[in-house]
Design a protein around this ligand. Structure first.
Ligand code: NAX
Length: 328
């Protein structure tokens, strides 16, 4: 048996945490032969609830779970971390201005970036789930100068999976028939789910569907506003599906994308597809050997160009706002 992988989860007592931790401990994050040690970071008021979750984790007697540490201390949480899932964030409350939201989250993701820089393992991989995820990842990354920029990512895999599910229903095909889905831009209502490069059983998805009206006025808004629809129906925001997407994101990053397919991840832009360098924006990526690469050479038509640019413009605004607040 190998040494356990240290997996840090922030916001562990929250609803995504509750759906996430059991799947990590059961081996679904890294595979059925990789032991894990969990580090749960919470704010002091939520430590007791995290302890309750840890009791339940104990009670599952997961053979791969090598231990659980619960803490409100950043150094303890990130010490030797190999994987960090940054889930805890400050949600937008009624009447809150965007400036206040970004500032509150800066207060969380700046010190976490610093702690990752100082204490994490050399092979640290970071996934930011807490919203605004792309910009929170940008903040954390800019306070971790010694960690390679490609280790900081944000989650658009839930949007990616939602897009696959919607297409599967529309086309009447199983999800396994769908490949090369892409989410571009920000994890927000401006995101662009792209069917022009997606494939259904090897054929172009937009052509197979052949319904531009559905694509523009149904598919795109349904995927982009799915989070709100879940809240409306469930009375609470997406939790199990978000946790499932976080598992998928890390599993794919570590184990690779299958031949002939790719995934969506928000990663630090190298300027590809006209996305300004340094922004954390979602792209089609392939993964291999624990590294991701942006898929190159896709043709972007005028429709897609406009959608990508609109979402990227929002990311630029968020970046400029956190810059003005001195958070990056
Ligand atoms: P909850 O409010 O249930 O849980 C959040 C937890 O984070 C709480 O237990 C809180 O005590 C903790 N927390 C707050 N500040 C912290 C800090 N500084 N350090 C450690 N822990 C801290 O929210 P939940 O439903 O679990 O959602 C978590 C985040 O995921 C939210 O920001 C949410 O907006 C975001 N989401 C992101 C998605 C994505 O696709 N990227 C989709 C799902 C979800 O909406």
């Amino acid at each position: 048996t190998s040494t356990p992988v240290n997996v840090t989860v922030t916001g562990a007592a929250g609803q995504i945490g509750y759906a996430l931790l059991f799947r990590i401990a059961s081996g679904q994050l890294l595979g059925p032969d990789v032991p894990v040690r969990l580090r749960l970071l919470e704010i002091p008021q939520a430590i007791k609830a995290a302890e309750g979750t840890a009791m339940e984790l104990d009670d599952c007697a997961f053979p791969l779970l090598a231990g659980i540490d619960i803490t409100d201390d950043l150094k303890t949480a990130f010490d030797g971390a190999n994987i960090a899932l940054l889930v805890g964030a400050r949600p937008r409350t009624k009447g809150m201005e965007r400036r206040d939201l970004l500032e509150a989250n800066g207060g969380i993701f700046k010190p976490q970036g610093e702690a990752i820089n100082a204490h994490a393992a050399d092979d640290i991989k970071v996934l930011v789930v807490g919203n605004p995820a792309n910009t929170n990842a940008l903040i954390a990354r800019s306070h971790a100068p010694d960690v390679p920029a490609d280790r900081f990512t944000a989650m658009t895999r839930l949007d990616h999976n939602r897009a696959i599910a919607q297409l599967s229903k529309k086309a009447g095909v199983p999800v396994s028939s769908i490949k090369k889905m892409t989410i571009w831009g920000n994890h927000s209502a401006t995101q662009y789910p792209d069917l022009f490069h997606a494939e259904i059983d090897g054929r172009n998805a937009a052509e197979v569907v052949g319904d531009q009206e559905w694509l523009e006025n149904d598919f795109i808004p349904t995927v982009a506003k799915r989070g709100a629809a879940i809240i409306e129906a469930r009375g609470a925001s997406s939790a199990a599906s978000a946790a499932s997407a976080a598992i998928d994101h890390i599993h794919t990053w570590v184990n690779g994308t299958p031949e002939g397919d790719w995934t969506s991840m928000a990663v630090v832009s190298d300027g590809s597809y006209g996305v300004p360098e340094g922004l954390v924006s979602s792209f089609p990526v392939t993964c291999s050997g624990g590294k991701w690469e942006i898929v190159q050479g896709l043709e972007i038509d005028e429709f897609s160009r406009g959608k990508i640019d609109a979402s990227v413009a929002e990311l630029v605004e968020e970046r400029d706002a956190v810059r003005n607040l001195g958070l990056i």
